[in-house]
Structure formats: structure tokens, C-alpha cells
Write a protein that binds this ligand. Structure first.
Ligand SMILES: Cc1ncc(COP(=O)(O)O)c(C=O)c1O
Length: 423
């Protein structure tokens, strides 16, 4: 074991990683394009965009230059009482691609904090008006992050058992599908009719961590319509789906209604800098726009509006608004579709799901738990082939950077074909 690995083992606490029974983490020295390069010089194809963030691949020069320049010009400045051009430009950019109802942008550091801010804004929206609305509705299987508010609105599973007593009550509805739709709609309408509902939070069209579970735009549209016609605040958690993942710029672009609040992160900076944004409609903003100081949104972080992260996001914005970006999304979707048609009737496959650049294959392994042993075996199988895939229980998925080539996609499909013959 190298000194690096020894120090890592003894002193670094890795995310979502048991302290025992794991292989040493792979030491990565360089990341460029679709590849990660290990200290030994091996290359690994990043089929999951490093936890769904690197939408342009690694080491994008346009973003790297913007980051370097910004670090030289102004690395950081307190964001209360001060402002700066990179943040102003970013607000302008993001609002230009969001629905017209969005008015203001609140900056934070990651996906979880963008959700935490959204929930707090929604609760305070009612509080500021002296109206009693305290319930939140979320969808079974949801994952919105790891802070207490975002855990509260997420699936109560094995990951958050220790925290369960500290999470606030949330009403969960089943993920809609053709079979349960009438029941889900009735349950949702009944909950809303109870009158105390502050907000409805959802991952639009794709629940990422639940295993890339997908649901129809028509169903989401109807839920949002019912909610908004009863003044329930709709929070679109686009942390994973935003910036092209589902084939359009935002997943809620697949529906007609405009959510009241958006949560953005992951692809926002092209995967280079941590940053979260929560955007609010003019309706939400109006409840805070008052002379009463106690109606202020008292929330912020030391690194709120960090200029380097803003510069990265602005550089990424320049890339996502070029025609090539959309062309790549369409190309990847087409490749995935051909593969899906080839593979979906395989005896080891229960179900194939496709939305934009995301393809997910549910394998028939007899168990669906995230903790199941096959997950580790499949992870190792792909790593041996130089491909980074992180199965979610019995679901394997590809969520690639937009620059991935057709040949690279084909090599991942080849790995999957081989896996299906060995399990
Ligand atoms: C939909 C969704 N919301 C929120 C989060 C939390 O984001 P972060 O890991 O940046 O805190 C995630 C992370 O996977 C996510 O998929």
C-alpha cells in the first residue's frame, strides 16, 4: 500500500463509503474529456459524469480558463452588502433559460443546500403572510440531498434511519404510472384539499438516486396543475435533471406549467466548482419584498455567490447555449434508443428506461436493494474494463458527458452485453 493510500485509509472519510470491506479508492491524477487517469497510467471511461456533474467532460479548457482568470481577478468577496459582475451575469444567464415567472436567484453551495433553501423559502412564504400552511408533499423514492430538510422530503430508507426521529413529517405519494395513476391523482387531490399544504417538491420526470425511475410528463403536468390551482408552491428539484440531462434544457420544459421554485446544481458549473442555485418566481419574491425586517430571508453561507464558481457557471452557460450542445444530447439519445431496442427483450433485463441522455437498465437479480452484493460485483466488472459505472441496486445506468463519442458509448454497451451473458 502506498503512503498516499495509507493516509487516505487512516484519515479520509469518504462519502457513502463503509469504513470496512471496501477496496482502496482509486487514486486519480488527471481527468480529461471523458476519461479519468489513474496514478498507474490506466484510463477509466467516466460513464456517470462523476456523480452526474461533468456535462462537458473533464478539464474543459473554456471553463478552466474562465476559472483561472477569475481566481486572479477576485477569488471571493462577502455577498451581503457587496455584489460582483460574475454573479450578476450568472443571474441574467440562468433567468434567460428558465421560465418567465422566475425573478430572483439565491446562491448556495450544492444540490442539498439548493433544496434546503427552496423548502425554507416555501415555508417562509406562508409564514410572512400569516397563513398557516405546514405540510409538504413529496414522491416516494425521492432523493433531494443529505441535509435535514432535504432528507425529510426524501425516501425514508436505510441511509437515513439514524436521523428519522429528527426529520419533519412529509406526505408521500407513489410515483405515478399507468396502473396507479387514478389512485395517485385522487390521493394527491385529497391531500391538497386538506388545506394545510405549503409545497410540493419533485424530481421532474426522473428520480435519479431511486434508480433512474421515470414517470410521464403528462402525470407531472396534472399534479402541478392541481397544486398550483390550490396555491401550493411547486418546487422543481432540477439538481440532476437540469442543463440538458433529459433532452431539453430543463426537465420541466417537458411540461407546460411553470414551477414556482427551481433547485439547480451539478451541471451548473460544468462539474468544475461546487455551487447551488435556488430561483424564485415573482410570486414567491413578493412575500419577502416588504419593509418588515422580520420577513427577511435569514439564510446564507460563507461562500454564497463565490465569483470563481460563478465564472465557471457562466463559461458553462456559453457552452450549453451553443447548437453543438443540443446536437450532442440528441445524438446520445439516438444511440441509447438503438441500444435499448436491441437489449430490452434480453432475459436478464426487467426493464429499460430512457430519457434524454440517461439510459437505465433494471436487471433481474432477484433483489433490488442498494446494499446487495451484486452491485459491488457489477461495479468491479466494469472497473476491470476501464469503465466507471455505479449501479443503483439492480439498476445500471449510463449518464454520460455530452462530449462522449459514439465509439465510447458503443464500448459501454459492449460491456453491458458481456455483463448480461455472465450474470
Ligand atoms: C435530485 C437531487 N437533488 C439533490 C441532490 C443533492 O445534491 P448534492 O449531492 O450536491 O448535495 C441530488 C444528488 O444526487 C439529486 O440527485
Amino acid at each position: 500500500m502506498s503512503d498516499y493510500h495509507r493516509i487516505d485509509r487512516d484519515h479520509i472519510w469518504h462519502p457513502f463509503t463503509p469504513m470496512r470491506g471496501q477496496d482502496s479508492p482509486v487514486l486519480i491524477e488527471k481527468a480529461k474529456g471523458t476519461y479519468l487517469y489513474t496514478e498507474k497510467g490506466d484510463k477509466i471511461l467516466d460513464a456517470v459524469s462523476s456523480w452526474w456533474v461533468s456535462i462537458h467532460g473533464h478539464g474543459n479548457e473554456h471553463i478552466a480558463k474562465a476559472v483561472a482568470q477569475q481566481a486572479l481577478d477576485m477569488e471571493h468577496v462577502i455577498f451581503a452588502g457587496f455584489t460582483h459582475k460574475p454573479a450578476i451575469q450568472l443571474a441574467k444567464n440562468v433567468l434567460s433559460i428558465l421560465p418567465e415567472n422566475q425573478q430572483k436567484v439565491f446562491f448556495s453551495d450544492n444540490g442539498s443546500t439548493s433544496v434546503e433553501v427552496a423548502l425554507k423559502m416555501a415555508f417562509q412564504f406562508w409564514h410572512n403572510q400569516g397563513i398557516e400552511r405546514k405540510k409538504v408533499i413529496a414522491i416516494d423514492g425521492a432523493y433531494h440531498g443529505d441535509t435535514f430538510g432535504s432528507m425529510s422530503v426524501g425516501e425514508r430508507g436505510s441511509f437515513n434511519i439514524p436521523f428519522e426521529p429528527f426529520l419533519f413529517d412529509v406526505e408521500f405519494i407513489p410515483l405515478p404510472n399507468e396502473e396507479n395513476w387514478e389512485g395517485v391523482k385522487a390521493q394527491f387531490s385529497d391531500l391538497i384539499a386538506s388545506g394545510n399544504v405549503a409545497s410540493f417538491i419533485f424530481e421532474p420526470l426522473v428520480q435519479g438516486s431511486a434508480g433512474m425511475r421515470m414517470y410521464k410528463a403528462e402525470h407531472l403536468q396534472e399534479l402541478v396543475s392541481v397544486a398550483q390551482s390550490n396555491d401550493v408552491i411547486c418546487i422543481a428539484d432540477e439538481v440532476m435533471t437540469g442543463f440538458g440531462r433529459t433532452g431539453k434544457m430543463f426537465s420541466t420544459d417537458h411540461i407546460e406549467s411553470n414551477p414556482d421554485i427551481f433547485c439547480l446544481s451539478k451541471g451548473l458549473t460544468g462539474g468544475t466548482m461546487p455551487m447551488g442555485l435556488t430561483t424564485a418566481s415573482s410570486k414567491i419574491v413578493s412575500a419577502f419584498d416588504t419593509d418588515d425586517i422580520y420577513k427577511t430571508f435569514f439564510h446564507g453561507h460563507s461562500y454564497t455567490g463565490n465569483p470563481i464558481a460563478c465564472a465557471a457557471a457562466n463559461a458553462s452557460f456559453e457552452l450549453i447555449t451553443k447548437p453543438e450542445f443540443q446536437e450532442n444530447l440528441d445524438r446520445i439519445n439516438e444511440q441509447h434508443r438503438t441500444f435499448m431496442e436491441e437489449i430490452e427483450s434480453h432475459s436478464k433485463i426487467k426493464n429499460v428506461r430512457l430519457q434524454g441522455t440517461i439510459i437505465a437498465l433494471e436487471l433481474d437479480l432477484g433483489t433490488t436493494s442498494y446494499m446487495n452484493k451484486s452491485r459491488n460485483r457489477i461495479y468491479g466488472f466494469f472497473m476491470d474494463k476501464g469503465i466507471l459505472m455505479r449501479p443503483l441496486g439492480n439498476v445500471i445506468y449510463i449518464l454520460p458527458p455530452s462530449i462522449i463519442s459514439n465509439e465510447e458509448l458503443e464500448s459501454i454497451y459492449g460491456g453491458i452485453r458481456e455483463l448480461l451473458e455472465t450474470i
